[in-house]
Each structure stands twice: as C-alpha cells, then as structure tokens.
Design a protein around this ligand. Structure first.
Ligand code: NCD
Length: 398
C-alpha cells in the first residue's frame, strides 16, 4: 500500500528484530504481534489479570482499581466491526479509571477530507495516551508503531499502539485472553481451597495430565486459513513444551492453513496435523478423544472473493460442527473455546452445548476484560501499583 511504502524495509525484517523494537527493558512498548507474548510475559499478565479480577469483587478494591490509570486516556480506533474486543477494552479502561474515546467510522473523521491514516494516528497520539486499533489492513498497526518509533527518535510525543485485530493476519489480544482462559482452566483449581485436588482426581483417569498449557493437544476447527485468532494463538502455544496441534478445516485452498503458518510451525518443531473432519483419526485414535482443548471458529465469509463465494457456499460444513455426540468424545476436562462471534446460521457450536461444563466460550469472552486490563496495566508500568493495591485491600496476597 502506497501509504505505508516508507515502512517497507522495516516490515520485511525478522520477527526477532521487530519484537526488539516493540519493547523496552523487557516491557512491551506496543503490542503488535502474538509472538511478543512469551510464556514469561504471559505469566505476569495472567497474574495481574487475576489480581484485577479479585480486586473488582470488593468495593474498596474497585475504588483502588479506578485510581490506577485515572490520569490516562485511551483512543479506541476500530474501523472494522467488533463487539467483544471493543466492549471489553472499553470495560477494561473503565475498570482502571482510564477515560476513552472512539472512532469507529472513518467517514466521521477527517479521512473524508483526504487526511492520511498516518496523520489521523498522529493526531490521536496528541490527545490520548494509548491507541487501541482494529483495521482490515494487515500492516496498519505495525506501521503505526513505526511512526511512534520515529516520533520517539525525534523526541516527540509517542504512545503505545495495541493491535486489536489486523486483517486476517494477527489478533494478539485475543491470543492473550485465550491463553488466560487456558492457563486458568489447566490450573485445575490447584490454588483454590477445594479439597481434594481436582488434578489428583482427574489423574486417576488421565495419569499423564499436568497443570499448565504445556504437554497438551490443541485442536483448532473451522476457517484455519483466514482466522487471525487461530494464527495468533497457535503462534503463542508453539512456545510451550510438548504442545501438539491438530487443525481441522475443509480442504479448500483458502480455508486450510496457509503456507506461512505451516512453515513457521515446522521451524519451531511443533508436532502438528491437518485433517478434514472432527471425526478424523490421528495415530489410530479419534482426534476429539486425544484433544485437551478444542478451539472452534466460524467460516470468515467476509473474506470471500467473488471467485470463491460459490465454492465455499457449496462446502458441506457438517464435519466441522460440534454436536452432543462429538462433545461426548471429548475428555471430561477439555475446554471448548471459540473467539466468537459464532455463526448462528451455520451453528458450529449449537446452543444446546452451552450448558456443558466444558463450554468455556462465554467465560473466555469475560476473561478478555481482565486480560486486556492487565495489558493496559503492563503498558503503563503500573503492575507494582496494582500489587500494592491488592496487598492493601487483602492484607495477605498470595
Ligand atoms: C474474532 C476476530 O475479529 O477476528 N472475533 C473477536 O475478536 N473475538 C473472530 C471472528 O471474527 O471470527
């Protein structure tokens, strides 16, 4: 894209080089790509999210949370449809006392007067302290981070950029909340008061089961090719020990995993499989029977081109839909996740499954609020203040 041509050489650098630029002394300056979410950083963010969640249950805790970032302002610049990401970021801001404003329709901004997107961003950075943005243009958020780096070099005002969904490419904050949900689920209540330990009980049937995201099989189902949430979560999970992944999608060129992700997973040495039905088998065993966590997604129709529209409409989607029978094959502890929205016409997860204890997708969406609040706390270097607030309110933190 012409507008971003000045950033071309920066865009073609290695992931490592880019990630180095997006952090300072180990703390994120911008969140652009899921590869920035390392297991160490996720541990910190999940811990902060837990503190925020627990503080918010208490009136004094709520008050302390609202003081944390009361001196900051956030711009929510969402030019692509969004319900959960937008609202959970807004709720996260409200929890932390940040005031926020939004531009969702560029027709209401000076972009109609031919202002460039980059000038709009620089304007937002003049009035706000963080820009949280979603766009159908894959590289836009990344280029905004480069603009901020340029401004910083010139000792001008620069603010953190948060990628809240970039084209069909990346959705790092969704990966963050997915990981928070996975971490909490595979904690098996070990840190709560519940006796006997749920993990010990489960181990009678699943002797090799361990706490945490490592040593697990993750099955992703649906639009693997165009689902940015799948790409981002798979990228994060590939950093954990002994993770296996199974990708289930129709065998259409645009719906199967794209070559870039396939190569990336190969390079990281992840054991992964690609199959064309939830009833498929891998290594002589049904995939659902060996799944520790099932990640469902919808077919991303908005990305259909004129050429593929008809072909995709004719695909039999039944092998990619959950049913009570298929859920019955899952392990008793295996969470069912979905980034949402689910497609109410296709019904990849029928509502009859919502009452199953493994259906975690509504809790997952709520976790987005805590996880995104934790990210804001991190970006503004307020994790210590959060911890002090927690210690004050509860006296004995654990
Ligand atoms: C996802 C997205 O926008 O990529 N939604 C979300 O942010 N929770 C998934 C989707 O739209 O299918």
């Amino acid at each position: 894209m012409q507008e971003f041509s000045e950033f071309e050489s920066l865009l073609s650098r290695s992931v490592q080089e880019k990630n180095l630029e997006f952090q300072r002394h180990g703390r994120l300056k911008h969140l652009i790509a899921a590869s920035q979410l390392t297991p160490e950083l996720l541990e910190k963010l999940c811990r902060s999210a837990d503190l925020i969640r627990r503080l918010s249950r208490n009136p004094e805790g709520n008050r302390r949370l609202r003081d944390l970032l009361a001196h900051k302002r956030a711009m929510l610049y969402f030019t692509q449809p969004s319900t959960r990401t937008f609202l959970s970021f807004m709720a996260a801001c409200q929890i932390l006392g940040l005031s926020c404003n939004e531009v969702r329709d560029p027709k209401t901004s000076s972009e109609v007067k031919r202002e460039s997107r980059m000038d709009s961003i620089r304007m937002f950075s003049s009035y706000f302290d963080v820009i949280i943005m979603r766009s159908q243009i894959s590289n836009f958020a990344e280029c905004c981070a480069y603009l901020m780096s340029d401004l910083e070099r010139q000792e001008r005002r620069s603010v953190p950029i948060v990628n809240a969904g970039a084209g069909s490419d990346e959705h790092p904050t969704q990966a963050l909340l997915d990981m928070y949900t996975i971490v909490r689920t595979f904690d098996f209540d070990e840190n709560s008061e519940s006796r006997p330990s749920r993990l010990n009980e489960l181990r009678r049937s699943f002797p090799s089961l361990t706490c945490g995201p490592s040593q697990k099989t993750y099955t992703f189902c649906g639009d693997i090719g165009r689902g940015r949430t799948v790409r981002s979560l798979a990228t994060v999970l590939s950093q954990y020990e002994g993770v296996r992944m199974i990708f289930v999608s129709p065998e259409h060129d645009v719906l199967v995993m794209d070559e870039e992700l396939r190569q990336r997973l190969k390079m990281t040495g992840v054991d992964f499989y690609e199959v064309n039905s939830l009833d498929s088998e891998v290594n002589g065993e049904s995939i659902l029977g060996q799944t520790d966590c099932l990640y469902m997604t919808r077919i991303q129709r908005e990305h259909n081109s004129k050429d593929t529209e008809q072909e995709i409409a004719e695909i039999d989607l039944n092998p990619f839909l959950l049913s009570p029978e298929r859920v019955g094959v899952l392990k008793s502890y295996a969470p069912i996740l979905h980034p949402f929205p689910r497609d109410s016409v296709v019904g990849e997860i029928p509502t009859s499954i919502d009452s199953d204890p493994r259906a975690m997708y509504f809790r997952q969406a709520r976790n987005g609020m805590w996880a995104r609040a934790a990210l804001l706390v991190h970006l503004f270097d307020a994790a210590d203040s959060l911890f002090f607030a927690f210690s004050d309110v509860f006296r004995s933190p654990n």
